[in-house]
Design a protein around this ligand. Structure first.
Ligand code: 5GP
Ligand code: MG
Length: 447
């Protein structure tokens, strides 16, 4: 999971890209980068860390040009390296091309092996570079022609931004797994992972880029080009569950509204559960808990003080440190929880480590009973399309029965939301087709 943002025809392109990326920071904290087009020279700047750690006024001032594309990268284990920071810029027979990618190309290794046999030299270990190498070998009349020929060779999930001198192109995979939205700001066009980034940058949302569609922006004009047959949208439902910012709009409703309704539906499914109060695991669990409280009549309370200064969440080398970090980030509020039966809501249960830690901390601080309620179904299958849900072996719901998961996390009861409720809360009747493979193990295409 990553965030991408592009803007055209704007004298403040780099600064607005900064604002866009800053707004998308929740989508990735590992690295950040912006490339601008300064009269045909592509100026890249990337660094490790948060957007405001990578860029300052001086750097932004040097990133001249009226077009910009940017990227923030989500940390996945093992590949945390500056050479994988994006946007990537490659110089080839296509000229200078920058690419920013959100998603996961499932046949990248196979394509890469073939290209390397033919002599291609890759700069990064990321799957995103593959499309540029493919494109360099199978050129068309224009970059959009070249991409239209080559994007169909990719399998998996992608939202791409490409930039060449005078041109920015956005493209979305034929299922529309990963998000990409078009916006307008005066004469400028914006392409971004989420609507919140368009709005905070001062623009207004036009529409989503469709599955298998490309938006080509050059000379102040936009053209749309289809590179794959129309398929039904199969958006990743984990955007609503965890990834997207609550003020972003997807499938006709804000993520906040969807999560509130999910919480209410969860309460409907757990009608017989009695408790003194309901709370969410901050931040993502909070809205669900508010919806739950409204529907059930059980009062909402914050059971944790969330420390917002913990900064980057880094991968902790040992269990002691991990426990301490949880403790640093979420401190139980003792007199709220003392002896109480608490319905505690989190968005998802992946390995079970967060819930286990949190239940332990609450009990240690004097809580009575804890009913753990998860605002999504059990995750039984890995995601091959860019969400960091690990191998089958690491997914607790794939390994243990409900009762054994409950015991592992130390809760007095454990419930998951039904898939039906999740899907119904996330979109209108007409437009409710989501990728739910992680909950079902059924995939649109064999990965
Ligand atoms: P667990 O601790 O069970 O492995 O993971 C569940 C927790 O991780 C939940 O609190 C949820 O908010 C969070 N979560 C869900 N998906 C992701 C993800 O892709 N990345 C990160 N960093 N956290 C996630
Ligand atoms: Mg969480």
């Amino acid at each position: 999971m990553c965030g991408i943002f592009g803007i055209t025809d704007n004298k403040d392109a780099a600064r607005l890209a900064y604002v866009g990326l800053f707004t998308l920071q929740h989508r990735g904290q590992e690295s950040a980068g912006i490339v601008t087009d300064d009269h045909g020279a592509l100026l890249p700047y990337t660094g490790m860390g948060l957007v405001n750690e990578v860029f300052d006024n001086g750097v932004l001032g040097e990133l001249e040009g009226r077009n910009a594309v940017g990227h923030i990268r989500y940390s996945t284990t093992g590949s945390s390296h500056i050479k994988n920071a994006q946007p990537l810029v490659l110089n080839s027979c296509l000229g200078n091309v920058a690419v920013a990618h959100n998603g996961n190309i499932t046949n990248a290794d196979a394509i890469k092996a073939k290209l390397q046999k033919d002599g291609a030299i890759f700069q990064s270990s990321s799957d995103s570079e593959v499309i540029l190498h493919l494109a360099a070998r199978h050129k068309g009349r224009s970059l959009e022609d070249t991409l239209a020929r080559n994007l169909p060779k990719l399998s998996g999930a992608y939202a791409f931004l490409f930039m060449t001198p005078g041109k920015v192109i956005g493209a979305r995979d034929p299922y529309g797994y990963r998000p990409l939205v078009l916006g307008r700001l005066g004469r400028s066009y914006i392409l971004a992972s989420e609507t919140c980034a368009i709005e905070v940058a001062g623009g207004s949302v036009v529409r989503e880029i469709e599955p298998g569609e490309m938006a080509v922006i050059a000379g102040g004009k936009i053209k749309f080009k289809r590179f794959a047959p129309v398929k039904r949208f199969t958006r990743c439902i984990f955007e609503q569950v965890y990834f997207a910012r609550p003020d972003s709009v997807a499938v006709g409703r804000s993520v906040q509204t969807a999560r509130y309704e999910i919480g209410a539906r969860l309460a409907g499914e757990l009608k017989d559960v009695k408790a003194d109060l309901v709370s969410g695991v901050p931040d993502s669990g909070t809205v669900y808990a508010l919806g739950y409280a409204k529907e059930s009549g059980i009062p909402y309370q914050n059971v944790f003080m969330r420390n917002h200064y913990t900064g980057r969440s880094f991968i902790q080398p040992d269990q002691k440190l991990r426990e301490f970090t949880a403790h640093l980030k979420l401190a139980p509020i003792r007199d709220v929880i003392k002896g109480k039966t608490i319905i505690l809501i989190d968005d998802s249960l992946v390995r079970g480590t967060t819930s286990r830690q949190i239940v332990k901390n609450l009990k240690r601080a004097g809580a009575g009973k804890i009913v753990m309620a998860i605002a999504s179904p059990a995750i039984v299958s890995p995601c091959y399309f860019g969400i960091d849900t690990p191998t089958k072996g690491e997914l607790i719901a794939n390994q243990l029965s409900l009762e054994r998961i409950r015991r592992f996390i130390g809760a007095d009861a454990l419930h998951y939301l039904s898939l039906e409720s999740l899907v119904e809360a996330c979109g209108d009747r007409r437009d409710r087709n989501f990728c739910v493979s992680c909950f079902t193990g059924k995939y649109m295409e064999k990965p």
